[in-house]
Ligand binder design. Structure first.
Ligand code: NAP
Length: 333
């Protein structure tokens, strides 16, 4: 590793600016590592600084906020906290990374403002690029996002608009079953709309779901359209039965899409080990270290199971501590 005195080389670059990225930045900055955060360039939804929480109106389960907190507010507070200790931030998107040689090279760009690509060299990297919930890609689905359409029951299910109302969950995997079961705490009933008549979910989740009297499976069906208006938000979901080709309307005040997530890790293919779903694989010794020494990962890009803001923040903390120790062990102060 080259000596740390080369001031053109960053000590640690954090890629991503959700709860994992900002928490890593707070810890790294307080450890005097002067981290650089490449936050995303807001060209598309997936490249939005702040990540998925920028599209969540109210977070009620992030500890410390008795009355909940707006997703955008939480992200800007975390950013301010990170900057207070010396974090530098660029609203740039990482287009390419070269981890084959040291120092690592990160190519980043601000396509939103048309700025040219920059290459930054760094001793350590923390990847915190998150994941993107898969959506059905219907225009009406986007129209009613935050007005009844959600991809996270744990985040949004307890909101007043869903209380004692019929709701729809789309999907047939563990996430869909988990979301449907969770929503039965609040909803009057939950329609589980699945394109086949067999759930992909694990046996135990399948049994628990199908035995729940509040969950009504709607088999062999796909969503054609989300129905609603600007005042009430979602009022129904139009589904088509794939066997009969008949359309019908389910009265519902919300639709939760649970058809999987895609980790934002395309730029890492061939650079660090990813699992078959594209999630970054973490090694056991340094618990946030990836297959490449000096490259750490945190948050939803490395977590297919919990996917909560608070777990991402915890992973960000671990990644920064691991990076700090690794840099110290390798003579970078
Ligand atoms: P998943 O297992 O990939 O299931 C996605 C589901 O959505 C499938 O049932 C699929 O239908 C359906 N689907 C996909 N694209 C669709 C589309 N365009 N229109 C309609 N339906 C569509 O995803 P997941 O449920 O998010 O789970 C991901 C991973 O996390 C899994 O390994 C899961 O076991 C794990 N997980 C575990 C837990 C837990 O252990 N508590 C909780 C959540 C997730 P088909 O079945 O027809 O393909």
């Amino acid at each position: 590793m080259p000596p740390a005195s080369n001031s053109n080389i960053e000590k640690v670059v954090i890629i991503g600016s959700g709860p994992a990225g900002w928490t890593a930045a707070i810890y790294a900055a307080r450890a005097s590592l002067a981290p650089l955060v490449l936050a995303g360039d807001r060209l598309t939804r997936e490249r939005m600084p702040g990540g998925q929480l920028m599209f969540t109106s109210e977070i009620e389960n992030f500890p410390g906020f008795v009355h909940g907190v707006d997703g955008q507010q939480l992200m800007s507070t975390l950013q301010e906290q990170a900057e207070r200790f010396g974090t530098r931030v660029k609203t740039h998107f990482v287009s390419k990374i070269d981890l084959s040689d040291r120092p690592f090279k990160i190519h980043h760009i601000d396509d939103f403002n048309g700025d040219p690509e920059i290459v930054t060299e760094t001793h350590a990297v923390i990847i915190a690029t998150g994941a993107s919930a898969n959506y059905l890609d219907l225009p009406s689905e986007r129209q009613f996002e935050n007005m009844g359409v959600s991809a996270c029951a744990v985040c949004d299910g307890a909101l007043p608009r869903f209380r004692n109302q019929p709701l729809v969950v789309v999907g047939g995997g563990d996430s869909a079953c988990e979301e449907a079961t969770y929503l039965t705490k609040f909803a009057s009933r939950v329609y589980l709309v699945h394109r086949r008549d067999t759930l992909r979910a694990s046996k135990i989740m399948t049994e628990r779901t199908l035995q729940n009297p509040k969950i009504l499976p709607v088999w062999h069906s796909v969503v054609e359209q989300v129905l609603g208006n600007d005042t009430d938000g979602v009022t129904g979901v139009q589904v088509k039965n794939l066997q009969t080709n008949q359309s019908s309307t389910l009265e519902a005040r919300g639709m939760f899409v649970a058809i999987g997530h895609t980790p934002n890790t395309k730029f890492l293919v061939g650079q660090v080990e990813l699992n078959d779903k594209g999630y970054v694989v973490l090694k056991n010794g340094f618990r946030s270290m990836t297959s490449v020494e000096g490259v750490f990962a945190a948050g939803d890009c490395a977590d297919a199971v919990y996917r909560q803001a608070i777990t991402a923040a915890g992973m960000g903390c671990k990644a920064a501590i691991d990076a700090e120790r690794w840099l110290a062990e390798n003579g970078v102060h």
